[in-house]
Design a protein around this ligand. Structure first.
Ligand code: AMO
Length: 447
């Protein structure tokens, strides 16, 4: 029988100054280079262990990094057990971080009862993605995965920080909806009290409605796409970073905002994630060049003339996106390029239509892949009704949305960034699944 640990009483609470001082008496791996010669107590997981006769090497992993501990006459427990190690920090030039810990005691916090299916120290995304994803609940602990998710968290911090500082308000909109904003295809159907409902593909219509409340809004939330294409850049559930702003002049305002926001997010990562970027071998894009802007039709022409690629369909195909990214880098030294002036046929009904067959819809391409869509929106009922009719959509399904445009909606626009795509492209991760803790795709609903 497992013993239950006794709860603390005021008398036994120990050395913690307050119950929030959770790190009292504990050193973090990242602090060790400044603590050479000192006695420390570490907490973490058995990342890796090697036995050399009486001597054992234990790589201990905590939230800040991994350090090698040398144990004499102490047996390290099974991989991924959580442990507490006491010892002395010594300089060791060959060890990662330049230090190791000579352990004097090891206490098991929670013993792992099963070895992990893949050893955490040997995880590399190229090796066996299916196994890594099947056992994601434990493989997500690997330093590489931790670093990717950490960078993503800092991108989100940058996103919120920039928008908060520019008078935007965070909103939360329903994920159970009656109609799809993005045209009706690829929706997940839900039985909603006997009625048909869908999982939201985008907060699009709601974020526009909320412009009437706050003028400037943003949302960070998952959205759902029943994507028929199983590619390395599509997820069935992804994190959508949505922005919408009222009283704009035109789509130029939307691009200016987007460019400043992305640069602020990347600057946040540059400042807070030096270790992660180094470990992942990632390079940040240049932040001191303006993102070039090119109309879609010109982009298609350019890609055909310059690289001999004829893009099929109404949009840019993935190869055309890649080549346009290459052009932006070659000609403008930019990892980003805006594609503007999309034709109506390539945009949803809510895009602002200029009457010449073109809209004020736009995409942003980063390192050759689309990471955001957005633009100026139609803000008058007549334009919206025309948009719906052109696309064969029933205005009934959008009745409550259309209502709001009878109540003085100002010119407005915005965009949505796919968080996983941005993270993956920034870090050189080829499969977007590894930029989400628990990816959902056509094959995966667990873990
Ligand atoms: P869109 O459908 O182009 O636009 O999506 C915006 C961005 O979301 C990301 N994305 C995806 N990421 C992972 N898996 C997917 N299946 C997936 N689909 C899209 C991409 C894309 O650029 N309502 C509009 C946004 C707006 O106009 O404000 C919309 O949702 O990075």
């Amino acid at each position: 029988m497992a013993a239950t640990a006794a709860r603390r009483t005021p008398e036994t609470a120990g050395t913690r100054a307050s119950s929030l001082d959770l790190d009292a008496g504990r050193a973090l791996v990242a602090q060790l280079p400044e603590r050479v010669g000192q006695a420390v107590r570490l907490r973490g997981w058995v990342h890796h262990r090697r036995d050399l006769g009486g001597l054992a090497f234990l790589d201990l992993r905590d939230r800040s990094g991994v350090v090698q501990c040398v144990l004499e006459g102490i047996d390290p427990p099974l991989h991924e057990s959580s442990v507490e190690v006491e010892g002395t920090v010594v300089a060791h030039a060959k060890a990662p971080g330049g230090v190791e810990v000579r352990a004097s005691a090891l206490r098991v916090v929670t013993l792992a009862t099963t070895p992990p299916p893949v050893e955490m120290a040997k995880i590399d995304h190229q090796a066996h993605p299916e196994t890594l994803l099947e056992y994601r609940h434990v493989t997500v602990r690997a330093p590489r995965d931790r670093a990717v998710l950490k960078v993503q968290a800092e991108l989100l911090r940058g996103f919120r920080g920039f928008l908060d500082a520019h008078a935007f308000t965070e909103i939360s909109t329903p994920k159970l909806v009656a109609a799809g904003a993005e045209g009706g295809a690829h929706q997940f159907e839900v039985d909603y009290y006997g009625q048909r409902a869908y999982l939201a593909q985008s907060p699009q219509l709601y974020k526009q409605i909320m412009v009437g409340v706050f003028e400037r809004v943003y949302e960070v939330a998952p959205v759902y796409r029943a994507e028929p294409s199983h590619t390395v850049r599509h997820l069935a559930e992804y994190l959508s970073l949505d922005v919408e702003m009222g009283f704009i002049e035109d789509d130029g305002d939307v691009m200016d905002l987007q460019e400043a926001l992305l640069k602020a997010m990347l600057a946040e990562v540059a400042e807070r994630c030096t270790g992660e970027l180094r470990d992942l071998g990632a390079t940040l894009p240049r932040l001191d060049v303006a993102f070039p802007r090119i109309p879609l039709l010109d982009a298609r022409e350019l890609v055909r003339e310059r690289y001999g690629h004829a893009s099929g369909g109404k949009d840019l195909d993935p190869e055309a996106e890649r080549l346009l990214g290459r052009w932006a880098l070659e000609e403008h030294d930019s990892d980003f390029v805006f594609v503007t002036h999309y034709p109506e046929a390539a945009r949803p009904f809510y895009a602002y239509a200029d009457g010449d067959g073109l809209t004020r819809g736009l995409d942003l391409i980063f390192r050759g892949t689309e990471i955001t869509s957005g633009g100026q929106r139609a803000h008058e009922v007549a334009m919206l009704e025309r948009g719906l009719a052109q696309r064969g959509l029933d205005p009934e399904g959008f009745a409550s949305y259309l209502q709001v445009f009878r109540h003085g909606m100002p010119p407005h626009g915005g965009f949505a960034i796919g968080a996983e795509r941005l993270t993956a492209l920034l870090l050189g991760i080829t499969n977007v699944r590894f930029a989400r803790a628990f990816p959902r795709d056509g094959q995966r609903l667990q873990p």
